[in-house]
Ligand binder design. Structure first.
Ligand SMILES: C[S@@+](CC[C@H](N)C(=O)[O-])C[C@H]1O[C@@H](n2cnc3c(N)ncnc32)[C@H](O)[C@@H]1O
Length: 327
């Protein structure tokens, strides 16, 4: 049935304009409301919204931020970004037999800082392992930077989480640039690719460790969910998936649906280990809420590392590296 004709417009155009105007008004009201809240809470101590009494309100604010913010990809990253993640990667590395081959895949690898950080973490404690590394990014330009492995020494962010000793271990300093040392550069295959591409797992095969950190948050939730389900196809049976920097509702839904096993080791340290994700909560769409242990399924919700096809899994159980299934 046709609707009324409004001010000389066709019924079709009127039907289009009403939701557009309502949508804009809703956006403006939401931004006004959020700005007023952020000003008010700036007057309180930094973590006030994480306190148990205010946590539900903080979550409500963050759900509004996520609902009304446009997502944009970026390539910002840090060396040694989340130390707890790197420690867990070391723990997994230690479990392999002498001289074993480990297949590592880093998706959304940006300029290579994450890849070199992981290889430093693994190779410095287990030089005997053969780490076959694939690194994928959708941007050809950032991948070329990654392959070049040379970073301006005066970059304001890249090195801020490193100690001087760690810089000495990872870089040679030459003419105002930090160059990745040859023992960390070797054996990496760099690939321009889209982690959402259904063909990519067929072409690249399965890996023991898949790292998909801090790019899914920059997609709209339905797109992130489709991408995460695709990423699971890169993970070897009993392999491990690292996935932080994602809308945690999306992650928990996929993990529950696909019956993934959350890894309990270092779970809380990893959740809190990247201040870019935690410090600004609830005001950025990429930020993550504080762990709320009152939730029955809190490990499934807050784990950033999963074992995907853990045959030993009992219903509701978590995996720990001591009691979980073998590599
Ligand atoms: C914010 S950076 C994160 C870099 C690194 N993973 C980290 O955690 O520091 C996001 C990177 O993901 C890449 N990216 C975005 N969408 C992607 C996709 N669908 N497939 C592969 N890479 C993607 C971007 O080009 C960018 O370099």
């Amino acid at each position: 049935m046709e609707g009324p004709v409004v001010a000389g417009r066709t019924p079709h155009a009127a039907g289009h304009f009403v939701p557009v105007i309502t949508g804009r008004l809703l956006h403006a009201a939401a931004h006004f409301f959020l700005r007023a809240n952020s000003r008010a809470f700036a007057l309180l101590p930094a973590n006030a919204l994480g306190a148990p009494a205010l946590l539900p309100y903080g979550k409500f604010l963050n759900s509004m931020v996520r609902r009304f913010s446009a997502r944009t990809q970026n390539s910002s990253t840090f060396f040694l970004r989340n130390r707890a993640e790197l420690e867990l990667i070391r723990d997994l590395g230690r479990r392999h037999p002498q001289g074993a081959t480990v297949k590592l895949l880093v998706l959304g690898c940006s300029n290579g800082a994450e890849v070199y950080s992981i290889l430093w973490a693994l190779r410095s404690i287990r030089p005997d392992l053969r780490v076959l590394t694939h690194a994928v990014d959708i941007s050809k330009e950032v991948l070329e930077r990654a392959q070049r492995a040379a970073y301006p020494a005066d970059d304001p962010n890249l090195f801020e989480r490193m100690t001087p000793a760690e810089k000495d271990a990872i870089f040679d300093s030459i003419s105002g640039e930090y160059l990745i040392k040859p023992w960390l550069r070797s054996g990496i295959v760099w690939i321009v690719g889209d982690a959402s591409d259904r063909e990519l797992p067929n072409r690249m095969g399965m890996h023991d460790m898949v790292i998909a950190n801090r790019f899914l948050c920059h997609m709209n939730p339905p797109e992130a969910e489709g991408c995460l389900r695709n990423i699971a196809r890169f993970v070897h049976p009993d392999g491990f998936l690292f996935v932080s920097g994602i809308d945690i509702d999306v992650r928990a839904r996929v993990a529950t649906d696909l019956n993934w096993t959350p890894v309990a080791d270092r779970l809380e340290e990893i959740h809190d280990g990247d201040k870019s994700l935690r410090d600004y909560w609830p005001w950025g769409y990429w930020t993550i809420e504080p762990i709320d242990k009152r939730r029955a399924e809190w490990r499934m919700r807050y784990a950033a590392v999963f074992q995907l096809h853990c045959h030993a899994r009992r219903a509701g159980a978590d995996s720990t590296l001591d009691s979980g299934s073998d590599l």
